[in-house]
Ligand binder design. Structure first.
Ligand SMILES: Nc1nc2c(ncn2[C@@H]2O[C@H](COP(=O)(O)OP(=O)(O)OP(=O)(O)O)[C@@H](O)[C@H]2O)c(=O)[nH]1
Length: 375
């Protein structure tokens, strides 16, 4: 019997390092969960790969444990363009372990962008010979924001796939809803994924059991669509490897139709941009301005996050919004010493739908008395 890469014969002990994929739509609470998990000593030997949708990465600053075992995959979205980076990062984790530059890793956790499709990630883990011999996909864990899930499922295909492909569903922000609302969300999730265990998360608190091994990824336990998506992924990867059939210098068999290459998998009306402010911001003015912006445009704002330099405060303040919801601000213990934020300017990353950067910049500029610039 031939074994597919990524699948092992049940009788052979599998010594490969498990890789768990933590996914969930924008702002669902992935980084919050990751932080809780990494503060648990049982998870100290975990390598973490963080991927973000946006020009300036913020999440790794929000993870308390920052060391060599945290890698930021920042050259694009993991499901569109950073699959090479993902393989390189896993190879690097393995080789650094062999050279004893890092402690042996017991598991790898990948935090995807909120817009990621898990199918290409799972496919990438299974198809590379080097990686699939040393790592195996041991579960997709999907965070579902119970306060926003119904609207997100109506408007976007990414959360549908993230939920359908999950081995475990973590229902986040349960502290912000009542039991009947949660029950109606669960009813909807069960249509997409009848079998995945559900874990309710209150105030971002989660036990280690939520991240325990799920077992080798098995599309057969999910809706038939999941096997179909993985099959499409294999076909897409094959087409990508084929010689280019369009563009300058491309070869194409006479009469053959060009192969469509998809530069990105996300809706083209979902965009990300960064607004930076040179001068420190007055907190009260900022909070009022943000509320006005969200009151008018919250339905087109999928996510805002960033670090602010607030007048009179030496420490960076973290701003977090998901659609109309503004979460309580928190403070980092120090400004980052490297990366874009080392200059201590305020930067906000926006992920929006059909909302031009210029429009947001003009509104905030008029409210704050300083014109924001691109990062
Ligand atoms: N009340 C409450 N707030 C939560 C919970 N989980 C997350 N949050 C808040 O939701 C906001 C977004 O959480 P993150 O952990 O940054 O979400 P994320 O999924 O990593 O976001 P992206 O990477 O941008 O997709 C933060 O302000 C969190 O504090 C929860 O269970 N309860």
């Amino acid at each position: 019997m031939t074994e597919l890469p990524g699948f092992m014969n049940e009788n052979v002990e599998d010594r490969r390092v498990p890789v768990r994929v933590l996914t969930g739509f924008l702002g669902a609470g992935k980084t919050t969960l990751l932080n809780r998990l990494l503060s648990n000593p049982a998870f100290s030997r975990t390598a973490v790969l963080i991927n973000e949708f946006g020009e300036v990465a913020v999440d790794h600053h929000l993870v308390d444990k920052i060391d060599d075992s945290i890698v930021v995959l920042d050259s694009g979205c993991i499901c569109c363009s950073v699959q090479g980076d993902l393989l390189r990062a896993l190879k690097d984790v393995f080789q650094r372990g062999v050279r004893r530059e890092i402690d042996p890793v017991e598991r790898v956790l990948i935090e995807t962008t909120g817009l990621a499709d898990p199918a290409p990630i799972i496919h990438t883990l299974m198809q590379d010979m080097f990686v699939s011999a040393r790592f195996h996909c041991d579960g997709v864990i999907t965070a579902v924001d119970v306060t926003h899930a119904p609207g997100q499922l109506d408007a976007h295909r990414e959360p549908v796939r993230q939920i359908a492909m999950a081995d475990r569903l973590l229902l986040t922000k349960c502290d912000l809803t009542d039991p009947p609302t949660r029950a109606s969300v669960v009813e909807r999730l069960r249509v997409l994924n009848p079998g995945a265990p559900l874990v309710e998360v209150f105030g971002g608190e989660v036990g280690a059991e939520a991240f325990e091994a799920c077992g080798i990824y098995d599309p057969g336990t999910k809706l038939p669509d999941v096997a179909l998506w993985l099959g499409e992924e294999a076909a897409r990867a094959k087409a990508e490897r084929a010689p280019a059939t369009s563009g300058p210098g491309a070869w194409r068999r006479p009469g053959a139709a060009p192969v469509a290459r998809q530069p990105t998998r996300h809706d083209s009306d979902v965009q990300s941009f960064v607004l930076a402010f040179d001068q420190p911001l007055d907190w009260l003015e900022f909070s009022e301005g943000l509320s006005l912006l969200l009151a008018a445009y919250g339905h087109r704002v999928l996510r805002i996050k960033g670090l602010l330099n607030v007048s009179g405060d030496p420490l960076p303040r973290i701003v977090q919004c998901v659609q109309h919801a503004v979460y309580p601000p928190t403070t980092l213990p120090a400004w980052p010493e490297s990366g874009p934020y080392a200059d201590r300017r305020s930067r906000l990353v926006f992920i929006v739908r059909e909302l031009p950067r210029e429009e947001v910049a003009a509104i905030l500029g008029s409210l704050f008395g300083q014109v924001p610039v691109s990062s």
